[in-house]
Structure formats: C-alpha cells, structure tokens
Write a protein that binds this ligand. Sequence first.
Ligand SMILES: Cc1cc2nc3c(=O)[nH]c(=O)nc-3n(C[C@H](O)[C@H](O)[C@H](O)COP(=O)(O)OP(=O)(O)OC[C@H]3O[C@@H](n4cnc5c(N)ncnc54)[C@H](O)[C@@H]3O)c2cc1C
Length: 387
Amino acid sequence: MHAGRRARRGSPGGQDRSRSGREVERLAVVEPGVVNDDLRAACAERGLWYPPDPASSPWSTLGGNVATNAGGLCCVKYGVTRDYVLGMQVVTGTGELVRLGRRTAKGVAGYDLAGLMVGSEGTLGVITEITVRLRAQRAPERTVAGYFSSTVAAGVAAAEIAAAGIVPSALELIDKHCLAAVDAWKNMGLSADAEVVLLGRSDAPGAAGEVEAATMLSCFEKAGATWAAQSSDQAEADALFEARRLAYPALERLGPVLTEDVCVPAFRVPEMLARIDRTARRHDVVIANIAHIGDGNLHPLLITPPGDDAARARAQLAFDEIIADALDLGGTVTGEHGVGLLKRDGLRQELGPVVLDLHQAVKAALDPHGIFNPGKVIPERMARVCE
Ligand SMILES: Cc1cc2nc3c(=O)[nH]c(=O)nc-3n(C[C@H](O)[C@H](O)[C@H](O)COP(=O)(O)OP(=O)(O)OC[C@H]3O[C@@H](n4cnc5c(N)ncnc54)[C@H](O)[C@@H]3O)c2cc1C
C-alpha cells in the first residue's frame, strides 16, 4: 500500500479490494508527513497492523517517528519503529536523493545506512519516503488493571511479570498526579483511590490470553496491589489507556514540565523508581510518573509552578540526578524521545569520548556542511576540540 500526506483509505468491499504486491508482502510506502494514527487506520482497513504506537500517535508523523525511533505502548512486545523500517528515500548532506535499505524480507548488502537514519533526529539527512513492514491484525486484547500504594510497588509487579516469563502487549504505569490532571481536564470520572495504576494487556489469542491475563493478575497481587481485576468492560479499559495517552498534555496545563525519558533494565525498575521518589523529596519538586514500565522506560515529569524560577532550578538539579541514577543502574539517558538539546550532556556521559568521536565522524561524513539540525544531539567536533 502507498500512503500520501494522509494515509490513503481503501473502500472495504469496493473495487480496490484486490491485494497488491505490497499488501501480500505486508509493506507500506509512506510519505514522512503521514500521521501515525492515519497509517494505522489505513492498515486496519486492509486487515493489517503497523505496531509502533507512541502516545503522540494522533498527531506525530512517520518522519518524526523514524527520526526519533519512536517507541510506544505496544513496544514491550512488538519492538520500536526501527523494527519496522525496511528502507527509505533520503536527501543527503550534499543534496543528492538516494534510496537506502531494501524492500525484501532479508538483505545485508552494505552498511545498514537506513538503520543509521532511524533515530538520528534529523542530523544526518532529510527523509522523504519510508518503506515500513506491517503485521497481520492481532486478536483483541484483554486488560488487567491494578492499584498500588507506590510507584515502587508497581515496579515490583512489573519485575514479577518479567520474571514469570510473560511478555504483555502493553504494560503501562500512570500515577495519581496524572490521573487527577487528566480528570480535571477531560472529566473522565477516573478513580481517585489509587496512588498508582498499572495497566497490563495480553493479545495472545484464546486460552493463552486467559493464562497471560491471570498470571499478570497474580503478579499484581503478589506485589501488593490494593485492588486488581481483569476488566470485563472494554470501554472502561480503553478509557484508562486514553488517560495514559493524555497524561502529558494534561500535566502541561498545570505549568512548565521537564520530561524525563530514562530507560533501565527490567530488574532495576523498582530501585530506579525509589531513587526518583528520593530525588523528588530531596529537591522539593513535584514529580508525576508515567512509564512504559514493561520496557523499563520511565517518564518522570517534573512540574514547576509557572514563573517560579527557584522551583525551575531545583527541577533541573533533580533532572540531572535522575539521569545520573539511570546511568548508575546500567540504563540509558533516553529510551525513546531522543537527545535533542536537553540530553546532550547525558549522551556525553553515556557514550564516553571514543564512541562520541565515532558519532562525530559519522556526522562529518554524512553532513559535511553541518546543515542538518546543527548543534543537536552531538556536540560539534570543533566545539569538543576547543574544550
Ligand atoms: C504527549 C506526548 C506523548 C509522547 N509519547 C511518546 C511515546 O509514547 N513514545 C515515543 O517514542 N515518543 C513519544 N513522544 C515524543 C514524540 O511524539 C515522538 O518522538 C514523535 O516520534 C515525534 O514525531 P513528530 O512528527 O512530532 O516529529 P517532530 O517533533 O516534528 O520531529 C522530531 C525530530 O525528527 C526530525 N524529523 C522530523 N521529520 C523528519 C524527516 N522527514 N527527515 C529527517 N528528520 C525528521 C526533526 O528534525 C526532529 O529532530 C511523545 C510526545 C508528546 C508531546
């Protein structure tokens, strides 16, 4: 299938139901301005599925998703954008239009330059067309919800699920700050009883799905959930996931938000969450939490009252401390949002000087005139030499 600026919709049951080569091969060729949800809707009309589903899917574009290697809610089971990009057309730093990658299921001809573009945050070229692989649509999901008295207890539940060998199709954390902010904004009637809510999903078909849901439920209970149940009401389950998606814009209505995006190994999640709690107390900063917790990808959101410069300075200290803690626990400074300007120092700490030099060499080779997002992600070579 080919998707233009908005993914082109077929007419189910209409003349264009004949399956094209791309549908048979489960490929979509997409312009970079296509919105993620539009591609997913166009795929669904053909019984196909494009898995990467960042919480920003209603407005973020495939170009942005590829350039940031976006993750999302189902990535715990289905991987990130990189796992779906086969090839692309790119304008290079010297103005040539080139094709990178492939459209075949396998292929190892040359360096993986298409892979290099994924997650390069617009620093290596301009992507003008993307070929993504698709999957067949999956079974409907079962949802398990649990309330916990702390983020750490929810982190223990996530670690229990990993230890039980379950790979949920989503495992998301949302805390009371986020639920309250979403409810104040959208009046969704969300429960005020829970400090933290954990949402697990299984899309395993039939009896296997029942077993996965039951195992998640018992992991929630074992970790001390104050309440847990498998949802029998799809609308209620969808509302909780909708609240998860809306958490960030809802919090932004309260004041400036510094968004963290650290990712730690699964067994380190409870310790990382405990450290975030301690950081909030130490620096007297309100930290709300959402997380793709099944991936160990945590989004502590540091909220400061508008115009409060002292609080902003404390939040910056807390932000830096969280990065240092993530690295200390064997994690990374960014799980999915990218480095941009905010995480350049963190990147430097994570990579070390030799690997940073390799990055700068790649940047110099692909963008010899320094025209693509200059200064973003990696410090420019001259800047480092002069330090
Ligand atoms: C509320 C909210 C929720 C979010 N949830 C998630 C989430 O769950 N998972 C996740 O991974 N991210 C998430 N994000 C971050 C962000 O939405 C994603 O990184 C998304 O992929 C960015 O897409 P965009 O179209 O908004 O890109 P932009 O923000 O416009 O661009 C992002 C970067 O990509 C580069 N770029 C864009 N198009 C091209 C192109 N054609 N060629 C080369 N470079 C290009 C830009 O230069 C920039 O560096 C969230 C953000 C918000 C605000």
